[in-house]
Design a protein around this ligand. Structure first.
Ligand code: ACO
Length: 323
């Protein structure tokens, strides 16, 4: 059995913290409103001149150190991001260069908030099919650069950050216990694109644009779509909700996380929530939550971990990993 196992994980948050109280000085909002509606207390914001590739490299170095590997051991780099440094080359090529990697392949993956889950599934197939041996899978965003800082309905929700995982191809002996990525399910339905999008881009407006969102519509679809994709991922691998040790959801909003947990029938102490600390960091949110729970010792070898995310498109997906 060929499997992709997680060898290492790491997260990085920029130094500058923007609290809800700081935001209340910019727009007509309050700490109370933001905490009650979203569970968010603060977010990190990249410094001027600090790019997505810089955040990605910081997270990648931590993941490499955690794995006990050198950058030269990597032959596949996937950066899930909505906020690339440049229109091209791919941020993954810039990350590769900053890490001194000159072999293998590197590309970006754009599935907005679902990007990391999409990238895990993609890396898993590349590894299982023998196209690469070790993948550096990164979710990295400077989402603050896409925000309309006069729109209180969106600017309070997002933050910057990066998380990285190293996936490695292993051949498990017939009698060895199951390990690594067990199943993934990815979904997309483009008819929803206008509910959450950025109103700019090189082809449409030549500019960068800002996040536009129908928050209630996103909320209305999120819980059902996520629950559905989690169930199909469990079914694919012959597992049930009760088997899960940890549930690591996309960190968009505490109410969505609670709604999904409730609908799945998961006990709250199995849910990893970091949204209060870093808000919605889009593709970085799942690996940031994952690295937090690995670092603080919650997630242990042998445990069953479900990742899920949903975002613009809509795209959504889940991945089940035996740690
Ligand atoms: N501070 C104070 N008041 C605000 C703020 C704010 N930051 N933002 C909006 N309001 C006001 C609105 O103007 C509105 O006022 P009105 O009644 O006078 O018109 C009132 O609060 C209620 O607005 P709603 O949008 O109906 O508030 P809702 O309870 O739906 O909460 C929220 C808004 C938090 C955006 C919610 O809809 C939500 O979480 N949606 C999911 C969106 C999301 O998480 N997107 C992230 C990307 S997608 C993903 O990652 C899954």
């Amino acid at each position: 059995r060929t499997r992709s196992i997680v060898r290492g994980i790491g997260g990085y948050l920029p130094e500058k913290v923007l609290t809800n109280a700081d935001l209340a000085k910019l727009v007509d909002t309050s700490d109370e409103w933001i905490v009650q509606r979203t569970g968010i207390r603060q977010r990190h914001i990249a410094a001027e001149g600090e790019f997505t590739s810089d955040l990605a490299v910081s997270a990648a170095r931590k993941a490499l150190a955690h794995a006990g590997l050198d950058a030269g051991d990597i032959d596949l780099v996937i950066v899930a991001t909505t906020t690339p440094d440049y229109t091209f080359p791919a941020t993954a090529a810039l990350v590769q260069n900053k890490l001194g990697i000159t072999r293998g392949m590197a590309f970006d993956l754009q599935a907005v908030c679902s990007g990391f889950v999409y990238a895990v599934a993609t890396a898993d197939s590349y590894l299982k099919n023998g196209l690469a041996n070790r993948a550096l899978v990164i979710g990295a965003e400077t989402f603050s650069r896409l925000l309309d800082w006069t729109d209180r309905a969106t600017c309070v929700l997002f933050g910057d950050g990066a998380g990285a995982a190293i996936l490695e191809r292993v051949d498990l002996a017939d009698d060895a216990p199951e390990r690594g990525v067990l199943a993934s399910s990815l979904r997309s339905d483009g008819q929803h694109w206008q509910k959450l999008y950025v109103d700019g881009g090189p082809s449409s407006t030549l500019g960068v644009g800002h996040v536009r969102m129908e928050g209630r519509e996103v909320f209305r679809h999120a819980v059902g779509m996520i629950t559905d994709v989690v169930h199909s991922t469990l079914e694919q691998s012959g597992h049930q909700v009760e088997d899960l040790d940890w549930f690591v959801p996309h960190q968009a909003n505490k109410r969505i996380i609670d709604g999904v947990g409730h609908k799945l029938g998961l006990s709250a102490d199995k849910v990893v929530a970091t949204v209060d600390q870093h808000a919605n960091t889009s593709a970085a949110s799942v690996p940031l939550a994952l690295s937090t729970a690995v670092e603080d010792g919650r997630i242990k070898p042998g445990q069953l971990v479900m990742l899920e995310a949903m975002g613009g498109g809509f795209t959504w997906g889940a991945s089940l990993i035996r740690w």
